[in-house]
Design a protein around this ligand. Sequence first.
Ligand code: PMP
Length: 395
Amino acid sequence: MPKLASDLSSVINHRLNELTPSRIRSFDQQISSIPNIIKLTIGEPDLDTPEHIKQAAINDIKANDSHYAPQSGKPELKEAIANYLKRSLGVDYNPESEICVTVGATGALNNVFMSILNPGDKILVPTPVWALYFQLIKVIGAIPIQIDTSKDGFILTPDHLQEVLENEGKGAKAIILTDPSNPTGRVYHAELLEQLAHVITKNHLFSITDEIYGELVYGNNQHHSLSQYIPERNILISGFSKAYAMTGWRLGYIAAPNQIMKSIIKMNSYLITSVTNNVQVAATEALTNGQNDPINARKVYEKRLNFMKSGLEKLGFELATPQGAFYIFAKIPKKFGQDDVTFATELAKKAHVGVTPGRYFGKGGQGYVRMSYASSTKNLKEALKRITDFLNSIE
Ligand code: PMP
């Protein structure tokens, strides 16, 4: 095994070196060695990719589709994405010049941050939030400004946004909104987005919306997008990981106004040249003939959500009204105290159930834990039983 030459010890990009590893992942690794543990820590569908989507990729490989695709994506897929955005949100994007296909939504986020942020730029991040944003922003040398939304039920209000922009967020270039939210499952309704759009415009901000869970909303809730109100200043990001159970396929996309898209496509060509052909063909199949796939997934998750919700509420957890994605953000019952790391650690050690401490998702998450219900009903039933026994054992 080669050992790094001693004179190269500072060879790593210093910003990368300074970033701490994900606490979500390290906590997950820490509890993974506990025997017979049921992990509700994972943000990944347990369902299989639908058969017709897999078959489309197989057929494409057999047809020798083995040359570079265009840098912004295959025309058929970009067309399918534009059609999907039109039918689901009523928004108009030109498939040729306003859509770019990326390696997962993560690849889309990386591309967008690199395309618009310079070192020293501020970007507003309502929290609690999927913590990877912080790392992607910091590695560029830009500055994430956290906006703690816990006092407003984990929803950013227009007044709060305006207040931040007049204080610590003064001069910010952009805001990123995750809707539906990971980790809280909260969904922004249409009027609120419209009001936020107004504040964003008034303050000359860019917005980026991470809509990866857009197909997974429950009950009377509906998914909307800032692109419906301010398409001229919004960059929409989404992907196939969640609604089509395709995490390992690594496919996402960006929709944005043409002038920004030109830079995004340039960046895509530097970062990846283009996305794997058969994966793009599979995604085209998903959007063209798979309209029922997200509906089926939604039914499965909604049942599990209702089961977990009523069980946890009976136990004294206060839930931040989950409306979408596949997470429950639960306030730890008073009788346990408010330390989320202690609670999650004890629950893992004593009850063999893994949940993620809320503070790992940024400001406002202390005292909460995130539970993912992207796990089988059998596992969820057993997990709830173990949590019940654990809480009953505390006096
Ligand atoms: N955004 C959010 C809010 C997420 O929770 C995740 C996955 N955990 C992603 C993006 C990444 O999605 P992808 O698999 O498409 O990279």
